[in-house]
Design a protein around this ligand. Structure first.
Ligand code: DAH
Length: 345
């Protein structure tokens, strides 16, 4: 009796060993026959009662081994079929098809303009200096020779930090001048780009935040003529080789003498007339010889050294360059607006 039962088990064992299903369906058949809930091995466990006592242990081990072999084989077959399916589907892919277009980011018009200015000055040896936007009163005003009662200090113009009359959001990048001059000795030749803040009503023409690029050159024998030549070079790089400039006397607390520089755009084109309000001259920057008080405030000997400085507003140039009519567009980060600058550098 038990020899017959052993023979049945061994028969299944052989069948399992020799099975070589290759399709998904055949593997499924194998599963149903040997692994599924009604598999053919199941009843064999009950047959143990018909096996004589001294062979029960051997029988139990055999049936368990056959069951284990069936499960292991099924796992292998299943994995093989699945990876074959994966491979087949990857062969279905058209590798020569053009990819989904990648959407490119764009430089912000303010960055483009700022980088262009930095680039022009970097070519004649100015190095970029960056500093903090939360500044103290001394570096922003006092060191820059701005008297206590100067209108620029008015609460209306300056954002002071809560509960503080000492800390503020810098109102101009001129604060970087005092930062650099207090820690560096001449020669100093820096260009300082950055964001500045003023407590102004937001409109199409003005904003409470904007950008400037500051320039500073301090050394022995730096003259007004050096400044003029440097600014002429700048104007011709940005506005074209034949560009003319003019310097109009002006006033800034930190420079003496002070000036404003205009470039000649002419009155020939509609755009030039509009930008220059019919005068042909476009106001571009403020500049001047560093006031000796500023040098002394920062620990630089004003008897030995002189210097010039200038400050350029970025937003206005960017708006002129790209014909942008409302400064607020530059700060709203609306991708429909920004996307238009994808091809600009
Ligand atoms: N800080 C000035 C402003 O915000 C701009 C300026 C004018 C900077 C003259 C300078 C300068 O360095 O010499 O309006």
């Amino acid at each position: 009796m038990s020899a017959e039962i052993f023979a049945v088990v061994n028969q299944f064992k052989l069948e399992i060993e020799n099975a070589s299903p290759s399709t998904k369906d055949e593997v499924e058949q194998f599963r149903i026959r040997f692994v599924g809930s009604k598999n053919v091995l199941k009843p064999l466990f009950g047959e143990i009662r018909n096996v004589e006592n001294e062979r029960k242990k051997e029988y139990g081990q055999l049936v368990n081994a056959v069951k284990g072999a069936a499960e292991a084989k099924f796992q292998l077959l299943k994995d093989a079929v699945e990876s074959a399916v994966e491979e087949a589907s990857s062969q279905d892919m058209d590798l020569s098809a053009p990819p989904e277009p990648m959407s490119l980011g764009a430089h912000h018009p303010v960055s483009i303009t700022m980088n262009q200015i930095i680039d022009v000055f970097a070519r004649i040896g100015f190095v970029v200096a960056e500093d903090r936007e939360i500044e103290d009163d001394w570096h922003n005003f006092t060191a820059m020779n701005t008297p206590e009662d100067h209108p620029a200090r008015d609460m209306q113009d300056t954002f002071y930090l809560k509960n503080s009359i000492q800390m503020l959001l810098r109102t101009h990048t001129s604060s970087v001048q005092s930062r650099v001059m207090t820690r560096q000795t001449p020669p100093i030749r820096i260009i300082a780009p950055g964001r500045v803040y003023r407590n102004e009503t937001i409109s199409a023409r003005s904003h409470c935040q904007f950008h400037q690029v500051e320039g500073l050159y301090v050394d022995e024998n730096v003259s007004f003529a050096d400044m003029k030549q440097t600014l002429l070079y700048f104007a011709q790089e940005v506005y074209g080789a034949d560009t003319k400039i003019r310097l109009r006397p002006s006033y800034f607390p930190f420079t003496e003498p002070s000036a404003e520089m205009d470039v000649w755009l002419g009155v020939e084109t509609e755009k030039a007339r509009k930008l220059t309000k019919g005068t042909g001259w476009l106001e571009v920057l403020g500049c001047g010889m560093v006031d000796p008080n500023v040098l002394d405030n920062c620990g630089i000997d004003s008897k030995k050294y002189t210097g010039f400085a200038f400050g350029i507003g970025i937003e206005r140039s960017a708006m002129q360059k790209y014909d942008i009519g409302d400064i607020r567009l530059l700060f709203e980060n609306d991708v429909r607006f920004l996307k238009q600058f994808t091809s600009a550098i």
